[in-house]
Write a protein that binds this ligand. Sequence first.
Ligand code: NAP
Length: 257
Amino acid sequence: MSTALITGASSGIGAVYARRFASRGHDLVLVARTTQKLEDLAAELRAAYGVIVEILTADLIDATQRQTVENRLRDGSPIDVLVNNAGDNSAGTIAETKPVDLEKLVTLNVTVPTLLAAASGMARRGTGTIINIGSVVGFMPEHFSGIYAATKSYILTLSQSLATELGSEGVHVQAVVPAATRTAIWERSGVDANTLPNLMEVDDLVDAALVGLDRKELVTIPPLGDEALWQNLESARHGLLGGLGGTKPAERYRLEK
Ligand code: NAP
């Protein structure tokens, strides 16, 4: 039996991951702040699929509460699939957002997935899957104010680094890169999702992400029809690498004498 730990499992994308992994026969550890929602979902999944479901109520921004999740990953029975899904957005500009709120966003979107991946112990065991939920916003920082885009860009880079580091140890890493998806995140950030021009249904998003997972993709971008567009971007990035190894500043940066 395999066990999946899903952060942000009380609603939206995380709750659908919970349903899908339960339907595939995985036991679950569900993490979020709202105990009642986790309990309701756990009861539903136990009844429907006969799987074992633990719940861990934790505000992942709080270091002490986060520690309980890290401890579960590190010291409990092995977690085979970690879904780093809990996240928040913020439409506020960097100037109008309080430093404490900037710090909370970076903690939830950047620090938490990093620490949970580290705590998973998968490299040591030589097996496991880490799924990190990014966002297409990471590709388009010009179109969004504040730091949300930067935090989601980190998720892609983190996933690529971890895939290189842990792939040879038998751990599969997948970055899932959703576009606008119908969940409560929009309402919480003051946006009526129905006004968005393109909105994916959350079931469709997770089902597509799981197709990518089953294909062992490193990066899954559910709304992207033309895979060549992504491959071209990666080729261009790899092309850049050849120009980054100079021991002296490039000619164009030398002071004129
Ligand atoms: P959602 O429905 O609001 O779900 C967010 C989940 O994270 C909830 O279960 C929430 O549960 C949990 N959470 C939030 N803050 C937390 C904290 N401090 N500690 C523990 N759990 C916390 O939103 P969603 O759209 O499914 O978001 C899931 C992920 O998808 C996020 O990383 C988001 O950035 C990403 N994403 C979403 C979209 C979209 O359009 N929806 C697009 C691209 C990427 P509690 O409130 O119970 O804690």
